[in-house]
Design a protein around this ligand. Sequence first.
Ligand code: FAD
Length: 295
Amino acid sequence: MSRIDQILQGADGPVFSFEFFPPKTPEGEERLLEALSELHSLAPAFVSVTYGAGGSTRDKTVEVVSHIKGELGLEAMAHLTCVNATVDELRRTLDQMRDAGVENVLALRGDPPRGQERWTKTEGGLEYSHELVGLMRAEYDFAIGAAAFPETHIHATSPEDDLRHLKAKVDAGVDFLVTQMFFDNRFYFDFVERARGAGIEVPIIPGVMPILSLDGIKRMTELSAAHLPEELDEQLETRRGDEDAVTDLGVSYATLQCADLLAGGAPGIHFITLNRSPATRAILSALRLMRPWQH
Ligand code: FAD
């Protein structure tokens, strides 16, 4: 087992990874364990666990990552945000992660807490994720990931500014980037080209979320400003009220999306699983059978 920077460097094929969130209820916990046990057999290169926005599930991130590493023997990455935390508190969380054997951290700023329109840093905390990356690079030995936004971050003043800030973040010590979900691959390919042109050389792993529910995807695209292509939206709408048909389309669409990304040179796929296994299982199995990256 090795760190994600080393996994990416040594890979002779695409690097597949799965994202989970820490559960809030006993039923959620059960569902996560079930998804983990089903997805375990697909041998992902690593698994990541998000960091709760409000604070309620924060300790859970380290707990779930430790479980995945220790009990399941999979490489794992903890997400960490600057929300509601002073620098000392961030250090304490990073110490906790290091002491639990975590070797990979996705360094994020986080979104404004619920009910707050604009981002303001916590007193004694950090303003932007590049500061967290800098702190981690100076004081810890983690492999460091960070977020990237093919459709431009929702609060950025312009795509150019966003890219400039991304370059500064990478220069502060980022080993690899994971993108926000998107549904039109042109955003990804165009973004990678612009990033390379700006001197960003680290691997850029596309984040892909299979659509599993119509209302769910509408909510998520609104929050993240990921754009749902009109034709896809129309096809989803014709299936309104039939969640199985929505999921079938979601899985088919994501499979073709991943095949196109891999054929176009993406270094892997980071699947946003929503703690459910069937869609990711079907897509990854089909990809491994067809191996579109060799075509
Ligand atoms: P930053 O890199 O700090 O950028 C935020 C904004 O500030 C951008 O608009 C950028 O252009 C601008 N900016 C950066 N530097 C400067 C500067 N020097 N001057 C002026 N402007 C600047 N959220 C969670 O709460 N928990 C999670 O686990 C989580 N996981 C995520 C995983 C992925 C792969 C992605 C893509 C996002 C995730 N998020 C998560 C959401 C993320 O926290 C938000 O999208 C957040 O708003 C941006 O985080 P960031 O780290 O990209 O911020």
